[in-house]
Design a protein around this ligand. Structure first.
Ligand SMILES: [Zn+2]
Length: 299
């Protein structure tokens, strides 16, 4: 089962943003937590949605934590527009994410790609962006736990491979794992596009970590929350997709033309689900990067 539509999933879990670019809200009597960080083009949409959700809990100040899974532009850009409206929020993420958001060149890339992707939204944000480096991000190391109120906790779990800084977060009380992009992009029942953009061995290890957690619900970086059987089988399916893509990539090793043709083919076949927020040339570049990582790995 996939919960992809913005709105309540359970009395404690809600989806905001848009199905392809979701943010998640965990709510209890004491506090609420926002997970993921979207695109600046979603600013007014998400602002409206979280205010509506919080209205039954005494208002927007019920939100207390904002968890950032990794430093890619489509997972942190709302910090630049919404954090200043909620100065009381405690922003947390991995130490690697904190480092990346202090890097001038990384932040320049985030701002550039966010601006491009945000054009897909009806009302692009036209105010001044707060520099990411000016937003305090409190690092949580893997293995540490964040208390999010009323006895609810989030355990930080390193899930590198997609990016060097990616962390997942597991809430035992809800048996819910925020896996972000660790499994790749969900493309329909049983179908996955691997998103190996940093390290193949680490990516495989992260799939094992997700599988071993055996969570009843997995909140994805895109397209929503997988539940029950769909969540239990997700890592295995993502691994078999990874094996197939790796095999295809290996056949083009040392052949520049075949490599480019394969990257184009993958973009043609698999870019549609993210087409509104990932420009085609960026999708192609990321497929080329992934093929390069497949080629570089010898075993
Ligand atoms: Zn990502």
């Amino acid at each position: 089962m996939l919960y992809g539509t913005p709105g309540w999933v359970t009395p404690e879990i809600a989806i905001v943003g848009r199905a392809d670019m979701p943010l998640y809200v965990l709510i209890n009597d004491e506090a609420a937590t926002l997970v993921e960080g979207g695109l600046s083009g979603m600013t007014e949409l998400v602002w409206r949605q979280i205010n509506a959700l919080m209205s039954d809990f005494g208002g927007i100040r019920h939100l207390r934590y904002w968890v950032i899974t990794h430093s890619h532009y489509d997972h942190c850009s709302l910090l630049m527009t919404l954090k200043s409206r909620m100065p009381w929020l405690h922003v947390v993420g991995s130490p690697g994410t904190a480092d990346a958001l202090q890097s001038e060149s990384a932040c320049r890339t985030i701002v550039r790609l966010d601006a491009m992707a945000s054009r897909a939204f009806a009302a692009p944000f036209d105010g001044a962006l707060c520099p990411l480096a000016d937003i305090p991000l409190h690092p949580i190391k893997a293995g540490n736990v964040l208390d999010i109120g009323a006895g609810m906790q989030l355990l930080a779990i390193a899930l590198p491979g997609h990016s060097v800084c990616q962390s997942g977060y597991y809430c035992p009380q809800l048996d819910l794992l925020f896996a972000s992009d660790a499994l790749g992009e969900y493309q329909g029942p049983g179908r996955w596009l691997p998103l190996v953009f940093h390290d193949l061995a680490a990516y495989r290890h992260s799939l094992d970590v997700v599988e071993a957690r055996h969570a009843a619900r997995i909140a994805l970086g895109h397209h929503g929350i997988l539940a029950w059987e769909w969540a239990r089988h997700a890592a295995r399916q993502a691994r078999s997709a990874l094996d197939q893509f790796e095999e295809e990539a290996r056949r083009t090793r040392a052949d520049e033309h075949a490599t480019l043709a394969l990257a184009r083919q993958w973009t043609e076949r698999h870019s549609q689900p993210s087409a509104s927020v990932v420009p085609a040339d960026l999708h192609l570049k990321s497929m080329q990067r992934m093929i390069g990582l497949f080629h570089a790995c010898r075993h």
